[in-house]
Design a protein around this ligand. Structure first.
Ligand code: NAD
Length: 273
């Protein structure tokens, strides 16, 4: 991996768990100084401490709700005070709300999901891009849901569609500053959110879902582990992706290559297209 990562200051939102946590560790393994940002400040600091224990490198945990511009501004000030610059920003923090059609979704759930998933990307970019004095890379985490037709996911999927759109427009706006902006759209990734609390049961489920099986999703017939998404994020953040911007990289084990999320028969009947 090139100097962009090994000498970088990297900020990862939603870094306390799941894909964000794996991304923090992966960036640190390549030498980055990582800032773990999460609404759960204690967990963010725990991940930062684990990184320092494992690599000997400086890592900082910061509490911030990305859906609050004032909180994001304070977080950016803390990053500026600690390191004076940012090279990599991974806009990963997001929430899900109870799946339901728009006819049943209430205003409160719209306000919550738009604040975190959509405005959070904008606020973090607004306050951290000015610290990218020497250029940089932004990776926004979208979802395969941005491009799928699936029942009851309109709220979440529409925020992820917005992330694909803001990625392309930000790529235009900041190219002249030497900043590349890309998105990663994961398919199904087994994270703590999906796993039961019991450690043994969780390990068994992780093993089962990430091992190929005839009923598994996509071409690879399995779910992903968080580290497999972190690897794609790392690539887009690195100089190896120097000619890639405005892109949305699907990391879904081929799930969208074989259909739109519904069974083939449901979509196409017996048509031999
Ligand atoms: P997760 O729920 O396991 O972790 C999300 C992290 O974000 C948590 O640490 C949480 O505390 C933090 N967070 C939530 N709201 C926040 C806020 N307002 N401010 C700051 N931090 C906040 O999520 P995950 O499954 O690891 O997903 C990470 C990203 O990948 C999300 O953008 C998600 O939409 C996307 N994604 C996940 C999957 C999947 O299958 N896991 C699939 C497609 C896309």
């Amino acid at each position: 991996m090139t100097d962009r990562v090994s000498q970088s200051v990297a900020v990862v939102t939603g870094g306390a768990r799941g894909i964000g946590e794996a991304t923090c560790h992966r960036l640190a393994e390549e030498g980055a100084t990582v800032v773990v940002v999460d609404r759960d400040g204690d967990e963010a600091q725990t991940v930062a401490d684990e990184i320092t224990d494992a690599t000997g490198q400086t890592a900082l945990g910061l509490e911030a709700d990305v859906g609050s511009e004032s909180a994001v501004e304070s977080m950016a000030d803390a990053v500026d005070s600690a390191f004076g610059r940012v090279d990599i920003l991974v806009n990963n923090a997001a929430i899900r709300v109870d799946p339901k059609p728009v006819t049943e979704a209430d205003e409160d759930s719209w306000d919550r999901i738009l604040a975190v998933n959509q405005k959070g990307v904008a606020f973090c970019s607004k306050h951290l891009l000015p610290l990218m004095d020497d250029g940089g890379a932004v990776v926004n985490i979208a979802s395969v849901g941005a491009g799928l037709a699936r029942p009851d996911w309109a709220q979440y999927d529409s925020t992820k569609g917005a992330i694909v759109a803001i990625t392309k427009d930000m790529a235009c706006d900041h190219a002249s500053d030497g900043i590349r902006v890309n998105a990663v759209s994961p398919g199904w990734v087994v994270t703590d959110y999906h796993l039961p609390d019991d450690a043994e049961e969780a390990e068994a489920m992780l093993e089962e879902e990430t091992t190929p099986n005839p009923d598994g999703p996509g071409i690879l017939k399995r779910a992903a582990e968080p580290r497999e998404i972190a690897d794609a994020i790392l690539f887009l953040a690195s100089d190896e992706a120097s000619f890639i911007t405005g892109e949305n990289l699907l990391v879904d084990g081929g799930a969208t290559a074989v259909g739109t999320g519904l069974e083939w028969e449901e979509n196409f009947g017996d048509a031999e297209t």
